[in-house]
Design a protein around this ligand. Sequence first.
Ligand SMILES: [Zn+2]
Length: 404
Amino acid sequence: MTGVEPSRKHASIPGGANTSKPGLFGLLLLVAACQADSHPRPDQALVESVPELAESAKTERQKALLTGIDVYGTAEENAAGARVVLLFEGAPLFRQKQLPAEGILPPRVAIELEDTEWGETVPVSQSIGRGGLKRVRLATPNPRVVIDLEPGATGRVFYLTDPYRIVVDVSATDRRVIKRRPLVVLDPGHGGHEPGAANDEHGLVESGLALVLAELTAERLGEIMPRARVMLTRSTDVDLSLEERCALANAMEADVFISIHLNASPEPVRRGGVTTFVLDTTNNRQALRLAARENGTRVAEVTGIQSLLAKHHRKGQLEGSLNLAGKIQRHTLKGGRAVFPELADRGVRRAMFYVLVGARMPAVLLEASFLTYEPEARALSTRTYRRALAHGIASGIASYLHSR
Ligand SMILES: [Zn+2]
C-alpha cells in the first residue's frame, strides 16, 4: 500500500459526515468502556464510563431527541445475543441502572434520560423474545428506556457519538455457563456508505468481498470446529462504526476478533499477497498510510492520536494477537496457494488500526489479497479462490483456539 489518497478510496456520506471516523470524544469513551475490567452480573450494578457532563455543559446544551430504537441480531431463534441501539439528535444525558428480577419484573437495564424528548414514531413497546432480549419499552414518569432481559441474560451499555447513540449489548446466556465454548467474532470491513477499496474493471468491491469471505469462514469453522460459536459484526451491506465492531466483541466476551479486508493500491503493484496486522502505535510510514486508509482518516490524524491511545493498549494482549496473527497468516496463505500458487507472503505486521483499539481479546486485521493486483483480482472473482481463502482463515482460527 503506497501513496494513498484516503478520500478516494473511502467514500464519505454526502455532506461530509463520516460515521466510521470516531470523534475523539466518542473514541475515548469507548476505550474507557472497552477497558472496564468488571464483568457485570445480573444482580450487580454496572459502573461504566458514561458521559456525566459537567454542570457548565448542562446549562448550555439543547434538549436531546430520541429519534429511534433499533434492535439487531435477533433474526435467529437461538441468537447468542442482541443489540439495542437508541438513536438521538443532540447529546443525551443519561444514567444507566442494572436491575435484578423482582416480583413479576424480569432483570432489566434502565436508561434514564434527562432533558430528553422522544419522537412520535418511536415505538412504546417492542416484544422480542430472542437473544436474551425480552422487550424494549419506554417508561414514565421519568423518561427512560427499559430493556427487559430474559433470565440469565446480561446487558452492557456504551455510548457513541457522531451520530449520538446509546448501545446496549445483550448476552443471552450466563457467561459462566457458555464460557467453555469459544466465541469467534468475524468483522467484514467497511459496508454501507463505506465500500472500501474497489477494482472497477473486475467489479470487485472490498465491503462485499469481505462479507463473502466472513460468511464462508463462518461456514467452514462450523464444519471443522463445531463447538466454536461464530458471530459476524454485520451480515448485510450496512454502515457500522469502527468502535461498534470492537465493542461487540468485548460485550460478547469473544475469544478472538478478526477484521477481514482486501488490500489495494492506487499505483500498479508488482506483487500482491496476504498481510496480517496486529495493533501497534507504529511510526512506519507505509503502515501509517494503510491505517489511514482503513480508518478513513488522514495520516496526520493517525499520528496525532496514536500516542494518546498507546497507554490504553492492554499489556499481554499483544502476545496473543501475534500468536493469532501468525496462524491466520500461515493458514490463509496455505489456503489461497491451493488455488493461486504465486500468492505472496507479506508477513505479520503492526499498524495503528482503530478497529483493533480497545479489543480485550487477541485481535487482528487481515488483508486477505490485493484487489488491484491483476492476477489476484482475477482469482478473487472466482468462488473457488474465495472459498480457498476462507478455508485458510478458518483453519488458522481453529489452530489458534486449539493451541491455547
Ligand atoms: Zn479495508
